[in-house]
Design a protein around this ligand. Structure first.
Ligand code: KG4
Ligand code: ZN
Length: 376
């Protein structure tokens, strides 16, 4: 079955043509980094307007690249949660309109579940394009697995019993990992998006130069994350390095506007130490989730999964514990519509939505990414 996938949860406008094997015939992504860069983060109103401008050309281009026409489309899949409401509404409305005009089924999928599904090696351009340990991992499918999703808006661990059966094990209680990369990059004046910028600055830096906190919130049973304390620790470190009477009489410790990042190589050491702290936490929590579920397969997705140091450390972990590890190639880590090939699992099972399909800023909880209804 051939279907069109539409992704507009945040600041990437994306469309793909997929099949339920699953295969990706085309994947087109229009980023909005230029529009949000000067604000140091995504501005929801600007993102929504850019989706309006970009979506139709992106869909056209995905159809052209797959060498198919609208008449060939047998279903429409759309990320309807979680995300920015204004952004989601553009993609969802387009998906409904196309499904209605073509009289084909509509399926809404959870964006975070789709990030895990991107680990399916059949979606990659080449079987060795992403990280796959051992080399034949994922041959017979990627479920059951622990799914770790690390993105700009979310840091979550899932027990993924099957492609449509996800259970949340833990999530961030404050900032997401990617958000902390973006905020620290802004503080260090490294630009947006922060993840790749911190990674570049961390190259050649000493990751043990600064002692930064690793937070594991909750009791021994918790698999939650917290990154806001780490961000604040970097802020205090920058202020301390500046060493020129930042503590104001009003009790506000630092005037943020006056803070200046340290020059290289201290800047590189700080970036490397920060990156290592985030990676330490992600790797430890992933290990705990694997032990908790007893699964022997770890699938990692989301923009932060593109991070070279995280990939290296997860590879070490999986190899030492004898676990399967799947991490998609970079183009499938950051937001894209190819990962919505997940929708094929719903289409195959006849689990489709009607035109009342809603959107939500929060992820689906419980065993299914969303409440789907069977339709003949
Ligand atoms: O999954 P994604 O494209 O969008 C969301 O669903 O949020 O993730 C974007 C996030 C941004 O915070 C960006 O800074 C981060 O992924 N990111 C990285 C890297 N590439 C992108 N973080 C660390 N290292 C990278 N190489
Ligand atoms: Zn994402």
């Amino acid at each position: 079955m051939l279907f069109l996938a539409i992704e507009t949860t945040c600041d990437e406008t994306a469309a793909a043509v997929c099949t339920d094997e699953p295969r990706v015939l085309s994947s087109v992504v229009a980023t909005q980094h230029d529009l949000h860069g000067r604000f140091g983060g995504v501005v929801p109103e600007i993102a929504a307007r850019a989706h309006v401008r970009q979506l139709i050309p992106v869909i056209d281009s995905a159809l052209r690249q797959a060498a198919v026409g609208l008449d060939d489309i047998q279903g429409v899949v759309v990320s309807n949660r979680p995300g920015l409401i204004g952004s989601l509404a553009i993609g969802l409305t387009a998906a409904k309109s196309i499904a209605l005009c073509l009289r084909v089924p509509l399926v809404g999928v959870d964006h975070l579940a789709a990030h895990v599904y991107a680990c399916y090696p059949r979606l990659w351009r080449r079987p060795d394009e992403g990280i796959r340990v051992p080399p034949e991992a994922g041959e017979g499918g990627i479920f059951p697995c622990v799914g770790l999703v690390v993105s700009g808006g979310h840091t979550s661990l899932f027990d993924c019993a099957g492609p449509i059966e996800y259970e949340l094990l833990g999530a961030t209680i404050d900032d997401a990992a990617g958000e902390s990369f973006d905020k620290v990059a802004q503080l260090l004046q490294l630009g947006y998006p922060g993840g790749p910028a911190i990674q570049r600055a961390a190259d050649g830096g000493d990751r043990h130069a600064f002692e930064l906190p690793r937070s594991f919130p909750g009791g021994p049973d918790s698999l939650n994350f917290s990154f806001s304390g780490l961000k604040t620790a970097v802020l205090y470190t920058v202020a301390r390095l500046q060493q020129d009477g930042q503590v104001s009489a009003s009790g506000v410790p630092f005037d943020l506007k006056q803070l200046k990042p340290p020059p290289p190589p201290v800047l590189n050491h700080l970036a490397a130490s920060f990156q290592e702290a985030v990676v330490d936490v992600l790797v430890k929590r992933a290990e705990q989730a694997m032990e908790r579920t007893g699964y022997d397969r770890l699938c990692v997705g989301g923009g932060v999964a593109a991070n070279r140091r995280l990939r290296e450390r997860l590879l070490e972990l999986a190899t030492s514990r004898g676990w399967e590890l799947l991490i998609p190639p970079l183009w499938l880590c950051t937001d894209n519509a190819a990962m919505l090939a997940l929708g094929g699992e719903f289409l195959k099972r006849g689990l489709v939505d009607d035109l009342s399909l809603d959107l939500s800023s929060v992820p689906q909880r419980g065993r299914r990414p969303r409440a789907a209804s069977a339709r003949p």
